[in-house]
Design a protein around this ligand. Structure first.
Ligand SMILES: NC(=O)c1ccc[n+]([C@@H]2O[C@H](COP(=O)([O-])OP(=O)(O)OC[C@H]3O[C@@H](n4cnc5c(N)ncnc54)[C@H](OP(=O)(O)O)[C@@H]3O)[C@@H](O)[C@H]2O)c1
Length: 177
């Protein structure tokens, strides 16, 4: 929520929306000051019953690169606009005109991987939850599914290191200049 306070828009991919059923709002802010909500799917198979579509908040933009034949924007009456574009095109060509200077991608890893590979991330916030070990053959990672590695390494600078009493460590990395 603290990070959300600093951005113009929040972005998530369909997998995370389904797993976490998020509203993507700032509960303490008035309706006219909510961040824009950007939902990413290649095929556009969003579930219209998800909380994000039922919760008043920032404008909702659907970013759908290659819509399925049965994709119908009319199924999402609360969505402000549909962009038939890749997420890279949206960020490079549409975001600024919508007033988005600072965009927070909240995942998941598959989306994060494509943003990293397109060199579109300036800042990474990583929480090491030192109290829990997470495993399993289907455990998602920072860059998507296990074994789905980045094509090449990315150099970052560690700029922030905070620890809370609960054993969590908050790391802030900036892209290496
Ligand atoms: N620990 C954390 O902080 C954190 C944060 C976020 C998520 N998560 C977890 O991560 C899991 C989900 O991650 P995930 O990697 O499996 O899925 P994801 O990235 O959330 O979603 C994958 C889906 O999003 C769409 N997508 C992703 N990248 C795209 C791109 N570049 N262009 C167009 N569409 C794109 C595709 O949708 P279509 O198939 O519809 O085309 C794809 O199937 C969940 O379990 C969630 O709880 C954890």
């Amino acid at each position: 929520m603290e990070i959300r306070q600093t951005v113009d828009a929040i972005m998530v991919a369909r997998g995370t929306l389904e797993a976490d059923n998020m509203a993507m709002i700032l509960p303490d802010r008035s309706l006219d000051k909510q961040p824009i909500r950007c939902l990413v799917s290649r095929k556009g198979n969003f579930d219209p019953s998800h909380k994000v579509f039922a919760t008043p908040g920032g404008d909702i933009h659907l970013i759908v690169a290659d819509p399925a034949d049965d994709f119908d924007p009319g199924n999402y009456p609360r969505a402000t606009a549909t962009h038939r574009a890749t997420v890279q095109d949206f960020i490079e060509n549409s975001a600024m005109s919508l007033g988005i200077e600072r965009l927070l991608c909240e995942g998941g890893g598959t989306l994060a991987k494509s943003l990293i590979e397109s060199d579109l991330i300036d800042e990474y916030r990583l929480t090491l939850a030192g109290h829990t070990l997470i495993g399993g053959s289907k455990a998602p990672t920072l860059t998507g599914h296990l074994g789905d590695y980045l094509g090449k390494s990315t150099k970052l600078s560690l700029e922030g290191f905070e620890r809370n009493a609960g054993g969590e460590i908050f790391l802030t990395y900036l892209r290496h200049q």
